[in-house]
Design a protein around this ligand. Structure first.
Ligand code: ZN
Length: 451
């Protein structure tokens, strides 16, 4: 009996690991953009219920610490890591986004809906320190962080490049003092700060987005993963070469350490802006997600870059039906009118598609210059789907493809295009074949009726 019990325990562990790795594609929502109005935390608080209703799982918030430019800072110039809007320094108590107590209440609200809060973590550099004589440069540098109001995580020239162990690391940003991650004092204090951020007494964050990971070695991400409770981590390695992105996630080599898929962003940009002349065959296994599906966080715009100025729904249709962890951006959802709540033609419906239909591996069923048709093969209670994307700007396009469903009515759950009329439902034949279509500059998501 003990052996049987052990066997069952092992089976349960193995099954749950498989389940986690397969279904662990988080739906992320980036809840800010560059130069948001001051008091932003209260604006986000007003949308938390709406985001939960849209099946968002992770709310990604801006860097929380007081920056060098105080109440004007977007947080990428961190001065006092422990000042989340509670000390009067750099010209204000609140950060641009609000006070620490407003942040705590926002995160508490996010968690009350079962969602997770992700912090933007800036570790490449630090800003706003006082000038001090630096023996490693022979002159003065802005590396004196001994006067931070929190009194915590003070730093000096020893903790930046160049110092006694390094002249530098892989990248510097904006001329700010470049942190040396090989210093034991720095490593210890970064981990202490992140675990402090996790506590609901201080903030309550669950997950990390690591800013500017070109600026330090991949082991730093692994070290943070191992020492902050194995959270979901997404790095910002801004590079369009998917092999470089694969090198970064492979080097970090941790299940939960992923990276934003800039290589897919540029593929989707070229598709959406191609005027109908993009070769849709390029969508097959495109981007980092095509080669590291469990390590790619897909997106089509963020606070730094928003290159897809036309036909953006085609890009959202791709990432919200594909593998990878899809990220929806605030401006697209709330400001550019692409949520389209109450219709099947917007991001909200595609989030539902990801939640209820998408899952499993991908089989490309058809591709030519104008048309890309792929099937998600299903996983668990999610049946899978077929996505049709057409980049012809004038004509509806379709093809006869072999789906996984025989003698089944395929419902169109989501669609959009220049022509907004609803594509027809289709019955598959006894071998699973059906003729599936999408509108000009459009898409359609098919799956068995009844979900
Ligand atoms: Zn160093």
């Amino acid at each position: 009996m003990r052996r049987l019990g052990m066997l069952i325990l092992v089976l349960v562990v193995v099954i749950s690991l498989v389940f986690v790795s397969e279904v662990g594609a988080w739906r992320v929502f980036q809840a800010f953009y560059w130069d948001v109005p001051s008091g932003w935390y209260s604006t986000v608080s007003g949308k938390v219920a709406n985001l939960a209703g849209a099946k968002v799982e992770v709310v990604y918030l801006p860097p929380p610490s007081k920056g060098m430019s105080g109440g004007y800072s977007m947080g990428y110039d961190p001065y006092d890591y422990y000042d989340l809007g509670s000390y009067n320094q750099k010209g204000s108590i609140a950060t641009r986004f609000g006070t620490q107590s407003q942040l705590k209440s926002l995160i508490s609200s996010i968690k009350s809906y079962g969602m997770k809060a992700m912090a933007d973590i800036v570790l490449n550099h630090r800003a706003g320190g006082d000038s001090q004589y630096n023996p490693f440069t022979g002159g003065n540098t802005w590396t004196d962080f001994s006067k931070v109001a929190s009194g915590r995580f003070k730093m000096s020239y020893w903790d930046f490049h160049p110092n006694d162990i390094h002249s530098g690391d892989s990248g510097v940003f904006g001329g700010y003092p470049d942190i040396c991650h090989d210093k034991t004092y720095v490593k210890t204090n970064i981990i202490a700060w992140l675990n402090w951020l996790k506590s609901s007494a201080n903030a309550g964050f669950d997950f990390w987005r690591l800013d500017y990971t070109k600026g330090f070695a991949p082991w730093v991400a692994a070290y943070i993963y191992d020492n902050t409770g194995y959270p979901f981590i997404v790095g910002e390695y801004w590079d369009g070469n998917r092999n470089t992105l694969a090198w970064w996630v492979d080097s970090a080599n941790r299940a939960g350490v992923k990276t934003f898929d800039f290589s897919l962003l540029y593929v989707l940009r070229d598709m959406c802006l191609g005027g109908g002349y993009y070769d849709m065959r390029n969508l097959d296994r495109a981007g980092l997600v095509g080669i590291r599906p469990l390590k790619a966080v897909t997106f089509v715009a963020n606070h730094d870059t928003d290159p897809i100025t036309r036909n953006k729904m085609m890009a959202y249709a791709y990432i919200l039906t594909a593998e990878g962890d899809p990220t929806v951006w605030w401006k697209d959802y709330y400001d550019y009118g692409l949520a389209r709540e109450g219709t099947a033609r917007g991001i909200k419906q595609l989030l539902w598609v990801h939640y209820r239909l998408a899952g499993g591996s991908t089989t490309v069923l058809y591709k030519d210059n104008d048309l890309y048709i792929a099937q998600r093969n299903g996983y668990g209670s999610n049946p899978g789907l077929v996505i049709v994307i057409n980049d012809n700007g004038n004509q509806w396009k379709g093809a006869r493809v072999k789906t996984k469903w025989a003698n089944t009515e395929l419902n169109v759950y989501a669609w959009d295009g220049v022509d907004t009329s609803r594509p027809n439902n289709k019955w598959t034949d006894g071998s699973g074949y059906a003729d599936l279509w999408a509108a000009p500059f459009g898409y359609a998501v098919y799956a068995p009726r009844g979900y």
